[in-house]
Write a protein that binds this ligand. Structure first.
Ligand SMILES: [Mn+2]
Length: 243
């Protein structure tokens, strides 16, 4: 049996060391056994640039490094928190950055991979910020600032985002169903795997060409979440306890 793993929304933060520890255990358990691990965004609560080489970040990198050194493939996709993760980080981990909306072949089944924030089209204020923050000019301007200043800006952005989101309706914070159908039909897939919404679940989706499934990863809290794509049994969503 061959298998591939998917995780997202760990929101790694030095204030919550148990999540980095749980990631370390997951990587150790699957190193050299899993064909690949896909990290679908928001691995970190914030990422202010690959030059931010704190001991915490170094520990995460070396855990990924021993995973990839054992022969398992490693892929990262940006989330709305760690959209500044760069090629330097991926290379240090022995992995590669993937474009949002990449289609992968999982043992004969095609799946579309996304973080999920771009699917929340009703949140127009966020989508405007997203377009700005993904532009090379904005990122170059940010990376030109000293680390200490970037740290303060990231802190301010997190607080502002929490304030904004507290006043947003539930449906605005979730994916737009029509957008899900649109991206899946466009990619020609029956399976979509994403995170971001922190609403782990498996949803049926009515596509132009039959029934599809939307697989939603959960954020790591007291539980961690993973999706396993197994060469014999297909996909499954699983949770595990974090101490
Ligand atoms: Mn997110």
């Amino acid at each position: 049996m061959s298998y591939t793993l998917f995780i997202s929304d760990l929101h790694l933060d030095p204030a919550r060391p148990e999540h980095l520890e749980a990631l370390g255990k997951l990587l150790e358990a699957h190193a050299g056994k899993a064909d690949a691990l896909y990290v679908l965004g928001d691995l970190f609560e914030a990422w202010i640039g690959d030059d931010d080489d704190t001991p915490f970040n170094q520990e995460a990198i070396s855990a990924f490094r021993s995973f990839s050194d054992n022969g398992s493939q490693l892929y990262f996709m940006h989330g709305n928190r760690d959209f500044m993760l760069g090629e330097g980080f991926a290379a240090a981990c022995g992995g590669n950055l993937l474009e949002e909306g990449t289609v992968v072949d999982l043992y004969g089944t095609s799946a579309l991979l996304m973080h999920g924030d771009s699917l929340c089209t009703l949140d127009t204020a966020y989508q405007q910020f997203r377009t700005m923050a993904r532009s090379p000019q904005w990122q170059q301007g940010m990376l030109a600032k000293p680390l200490e200043e970037r740290r303060m800006i990231a802190q301010g952005m997190r607080m502002q985002s929490q304030g904004n989101n507290a006043n947003k309706a539930e449906n605005i914070m979730d994916v737009t169903p029509e957008e899900v159908v649109r991206v899946m039909d466009e990619a020609g897939v029956k399976h979509l795997i994403h995170g971001h919404t922190h609403r782990p679940n498996i949803h049926d989706v009515a596509l132009a060409d039959g029934q599809g499934k939307r697989w939603v990863l959960g954020d790591w809290g007291k539980l961690g979440w993973q999706i396993v794509a197994d060469s014999e049994k297909g996909l499954r969503l699983e949770s595990f306890e974090i101490n």
